[in-house]
Design a protein around this ligand. Structure first.
Ligand SMILES: [Fe+2]
Length: 306
């Protein structure tokens, strides 16, 4: 299913020329038949909204944002010109599981880090400048969408979405990761691409983008949200630490206010860290990495199988 999703680009071309850092904008193409067979609702935005039982975000370019609890609640707003944005649509449209599982095995990533999202708008619409922390494969199902794209020279490997400098950020911690000010607007030399129905845009992590859609537009995004090495290491290390009773002890005092109770907790943790340092000192990093990676892989959910 992944190969059909990125066609006419082949997986070999994709992995040699684009994954993970180089954008790709594909030509208009027939929509993958297997995808439409698996999720017939993708044939119409109104069908998607009528069937979708999760929260829908309503977006207007530089305008009000809102949320409604179900797709059917969003229908009047869709018709009134709002862009409707739905996350984790694979939970409602189970036919997407095959695409997610196949993408996970092709990309070598756990399927629970991959999900699907849908954007739809009835008329002229779009989203203002932002950069996403995740990797997006955006398949335009209908309509036409112009994108402006620019590499991110302010933050490397952000972990939340970022907006233009003058807007309130979703997570101020990202600003501490930045090594240069965020841009105020899209640079003049931004790349511009216009996607037509059936075209796939591969947008690497962090790239700045803004979009302008015309006509009734619907887009299915396959979204890759990690895991980053911090999660792989900490998750697998936790598995290993919990083999020892000392690390399974409750962290009494860890949240106590400054004083003897908290100091005792810090002392206890320092003892544990000293023991860990001793046990790691003699280990070969390659062998440890292999052990932790195998542990992470074993703990990840298995593909759902269809
Ligand atoms: Fe985005």
């Amino acid at each position: 299913m992944f190969a059909e999703f990125i066609a006419p680009l082949t997986p070999e071309q994709f992995f040699s020329d684009h994954w993970p850092d180089a954008p790709y904008a594909g030509p208009p193409a027939a929509l993958p038949e297997r995808l439409l067979d698996a999720v017939p609702e993708l044939g119409s935005a109104e069908a998607v909204l009528r069937s979708f039982g999760g929260t829908v975000s309503l977006i207007q370019r530089n305008g009000p944002h809102a949320r409604v609890p179900r797709g059917s609640d969003a229908l009047p707003m869709y018709r009134a010109g709002f862009t409707c944005y739905m996350r984790h649509v694979e939970r409602e449209f189970v036919g997407l599981a095959e695409l997610i599982d196949d993408a996970g095995s092709r990309l070598g990533l756990p399927p629970d880090c991959i999900s699907c999202e849908i954007f739809c708008s009835a008329d002229r619409s779009g989203v203002p400048l932002h950069s996403d922390f995740d990797v997006n494969f955006a398949l335009l199902l209908s309509g036409s969408k112009r994108w402006r794209l620019a590499p991110n020279t302010s933050i490397e490997n952000q972990t939340k979405m970022c907006f233009a400098r003058d807007r309130k950020q979703a997570d101020d911690r990202q600003l501490t990761y930045a090594h240069a000010p965020l841009p105020e607007r899209m640079p003049d030399d931004a790349r511009e691409v216009t996607m037509e129905a059936g075209g796939l845009l591969f947008l690497p992590r962090g790239w700045w983008h803004e979009t302008y859609s015309t006509g009734a537009c619907m887009q299915l995004n396959l979204v890759v949200k990690g895991p980053h090495w911090g999660r792989v290491f900490s998750g697998a290390l936790e598995e290993r630490l919990l083999e020892a009773a000392d690390w399974r002890e409750f962290a009494y005092g860890v949240s106590a206010p400054d004083g003897p109770g908290h100091d005792a907790a810090v002392d206890r943790l320092a003892d544990l860290i000293t023991g860990l340092q001793k046990s790691l000192a003699g280990e070969d990093p390659r062998a440890l990495a292999a052990e932790l990676a195998a542990s992470f892989r074993a703990a990840a959910p298995r593909p759902s199988g269809g």
